[in-house]
Design a protein around this ligand. Sequence first.
Ligand code: FAD
Length: 284
Amino acid sequence: MLSQQKHPRTELTISFEFFPPNTDEGAEKLAATARELALLKPKYFSVTYGAGGSTQARTLKAVLDLRAAGHAAAPHISCIGSTRASLRETLQQYKDSGIRHVVALRGDLPSGTASAGEFHYANELVAFIRAEFGSHFHIEIAAYPEYHPQARSALDDLKNFKRKADAGADSAITQYFYNADCYYHFIEQCEKMGVTIPIVPGIMPIGRFSQLARFSDACGAEIPRWIRKKLEGYGDDTDAIRAFGLDVVTRLCEDLLKAGAPGLHFYTMNQSALTTEIWKRLGL
Ligand code: FAD
């Protein structure tokens, strides 16, 4: 059992992540998806942000649209490739728009981009937000139970995570994973180091295998061999992939909640069907 993460079911933090749409049609579709997912009563929706501010305006617009429709929403913000002045301006815009919750990240520089800007790591962004905006924002940070792909070692990554939490984060959301043991181990390590913020597991529903394989290769999230083999074996049979994926991910969520995870953060890919089905099966 995860001692510090144990939360009663009624207090679970359930959240859903979107990416900002880039067309009017995408925006309408997202509004419909949010309406459907709002029926599940999440704590908030979050909206991703392109590194170097590439989707900055669209992220803010998507968050404001969600808020105007009556939903709680938190923008992501990344610091790599940015200056202090540009981040201050973005954060001020968030504050002026009534936003009090952000997901603070380093981000990844697009290949070929020369300058890292004035920030190198997310702990610097967290410290900057606290220094400039005090306790105005609830700050979420990213966690990697399978360790960040660029980490020099697992221990180094854990120390970096602690540094980022100690800089003033309120809670964390993990990269997705399909092997619950890595999450339990990560939490134990954090507790031993004195990191006490809630660390909510990130959940990636399984829809299309090729897409999942691509994401996983890019972000270093492991698809266990038995799951990869089964998914590969289904070929183009999307119904079979969906049915198997729902079983696997629902079981994962059940195990995590039973062990005391403080909530679940779903990477929805701007779709409601798989997340809704998992939520129903969990009896939340
Ligand atoms: P950091 O915490 O800075 O860590 C990055 C690497 O640097 C790690 O290997 C770490 O060990 C090392 N490190 C950290 N601090 C130090 C230090 N002080 N000295 C030396 N080494 C250090 N990306 C986007 O572009 N937009 C998004 O909206 C977005 N949303 C995300 C949401 C979640 C929940 C997650 C898990 C990831 C998200 N990402 C997003 C991806 C994220 O930006 C990348 O994984 C990025 O490579 C790392 O970001 P970070 O904030 O975890 O970085």
